[in-house]
Ligand binder design. Structure first.
Ligand code: COA
Length: 459
């Protein structure tokens, strides 16, 4: 049933508007503009035609089936529209409209749930900005049009933050498979969506902005998420960590923020990775999205700068990333990749004199060595090695050699290092402006690997 949201044959927009700037206008414009190939039915009793499409006074007048109905009409009119969706056999109603339980209008929310249950319609929302599923070219939101395509699914319990993150992911070239705003979670909740995405072949990792789960659903949440993490990694920001934050949550989505320690324990039990801010959530999600899961613990750092090497070493020690002690044989090999004054230990220091060739030689040794499972590439801007040349060479090397050892990178410097990192990110190597962020992402991948192993060994 929920799967119809990902591959609907048709979408109706109830409240599709002729008036630029209205929410029902933007949603229809985005659905058309993002290239959805199924049937699109604008529903508006006051219009004959909207954006070149024939409009219908009600979903009941639509000639074909309607899988998904996006509802963007004033709250008091939603029950009638829901009833009509039920009669039409709509599978999922995406209720954008605000003015329900989030403002104390619990009765109206219960009314639409009751109608939907009677007919077997599922509800996403109410009080949401919509949803997107990029493999089917669906952008049924009133956010930005150009959602970057990729394999990270994002679920947001906050509407405005979710919309903001749409823009943010576009700017940072973070590719999304899906984006769901869940709002009041009157029916479909975060756990159920995660389960849907766990079986979605176009999603590799699920990122969630969570304020709280519904009272009494804690155990179910842990059970569901435990099943989900068996299939793919989940990264969550749980907002409302402090007592003031919890109060803010209560007045925002009306969820029970609950004790932070309880959430922490629930996440650990279910194998859910916790992030503490948006940047960290996407740092981790990008690593999972672009790299294979680690198979072992042994990590090597390859750098041209001692300082970033030390920072990365500290970060690794503090976050449980095991830095390999290279054997004499391995050190001898690394020696061939650097000037005589470099260091073949871990971090492998190619020195400030390093050029592309040194990095590629060291990487070749690292991918061939059975002593090494994971690779951290660090670079500090020097005048003798243009970071963009290095980024290009790394991407070429990884693609030519089909490298399957998890790799993260950090380039430190100015605008050109930023450009180089964009290139790496676009080509599958997760790159971060500080060594600590690169190590943190890797540490979470390793945590998840250990979690899966522990789970398997318990069976
Ligand atoms: N069926 C179909 N269309 C209908 C309708 C009905 N029962 N009732 C009205 N319409 C049409 C209107 O004619 C209008 O089209 P037009 O501009 O071409 O005339 C369109 O639907 C919108 O109706 P309108 O009454 O103008 O509503 P609105 O756009 O001012 O507000 C909402 C509707 C849903 C946007 C508003 O009630 C709301 O909830 N806003 C908040 C949404 C939000 O923030 N959600 C959470 C985000 S995180």
């Amino acid at each position: 049933m929920l799967k119809s949201m990902l591959e609907p044959r048709s979408i109706a927009v109830i409240g599709a508007s002729r008036t630029p700037g209205k929410i029902g206008y933007v949603i229809l414009k985005n659905i058309i503009g993002y290239g959805y190939k199924g049937k699109i039915y604008p529903i508006n009793p006051n219009a004959e035609e909207i954006m070149g499409l024939k409009a219908y006074p009600s979903v009941l007048n639509v000639p074909g089936d309607v899988d998904v109905a996006v509802i963007a009409i004033p709250a008091q009119e939603v029950p009638r529209a829901m009833e009509e969706c039920g009669k039409k056999g709509v599978k999922v109603a995406v209720v954008i409209t605000s003015g329900f339980s989030e403002v104390g209008n619990v009765e109206l929310e219960e009314k639409i749930i009751k109608i939907a249950r009677e007919y077997g319609v599922r509800i996403l929302g109410p009080n949401i900005f919509g949803y997107a599923y990029t493999p089917s070219n669906i952008n049924a939101t009133f956010g930005p049009l150009e959602v970057e395509k990729g394999n990270i699914a994002l679920i947001s319990q906050s509407g405005a933050l979710g919309i903001a993150l749409m823009g943010w992911t576009i700017m940072n070239e973070i590719g999304l498979s899906a984006l769901f705003s869940v709002g009041n979670m009157a029916d479909i909740d975060v756990a159920e969506l995660s389960e849907l995405l766990a079986d979605d072949p176009n999603t590799k990792v699920i990122a969630i902005y969570l304020e709280g789960i519904k009272p009494g659903r804690g155990r179910e949440f842990v059970e569901t998420m435990t099943r989900v993490t068996e299939k793919k990694p989940v990264v969550v920001i749980k907002a409302g960590r402090t007592s003031r934050g919890m109060k803010a949550v209560a007045s925002h989505t009306g969820s029970l923020a609950g004790s932070d320690a309880l959430y922490e324990a629930a996440f650990k039990q279910a194998g859910v990775i916790r992030a503490y801010d948006v940047e960290e959530m996407f740092d981790i999600a990008r690593a999972f999205a672009q790299q294979p899961l680690p198979r072992g613990e042994n990590t090597i750092i390859i750098t041209n700068g001692g300082g970033v090497g030390v920072l990365a070493t500290d970060a690794a020690e503090l976050s449980g990333v095991k830095l390999v002690e290279p054997s004499q044989q391995l050190m001898n090999a690394f020696k061939q990749a650097m000037p005589w004054f470099g260091s073949p230990k871990n971090p492998v220091d190619l020195t400030g004199q390093a050029v592309v060739d040194n990095y590629i030689k060291a990487l070749k040794i690292a991918i061939e060595s059975p002593e090494i499972d994971n690779i951290v590439i660090l670079y500090c801007r020097t005048a003798i090695l243009d970071p963009r040349d290095l980024a290009k060479a790394i991407v070429e090397f990884y693609s030519e050699n089909k490298v399957n050892k998890p790799t993260v990178a950090s380039f430190v410097g100015g605008q050109d290092t930023y450009d180089a990192m964009r290139y790496l990110n676009r080509n599958g190597i997760p790159s971060y402006p500080s060594p600590e962020r690169a190590i943190n992402a890797l540490s979470k991948m390793l945590w998840y690997k250990r979690f899966l192993e522990k789970r398997t060994s318990k069976r």
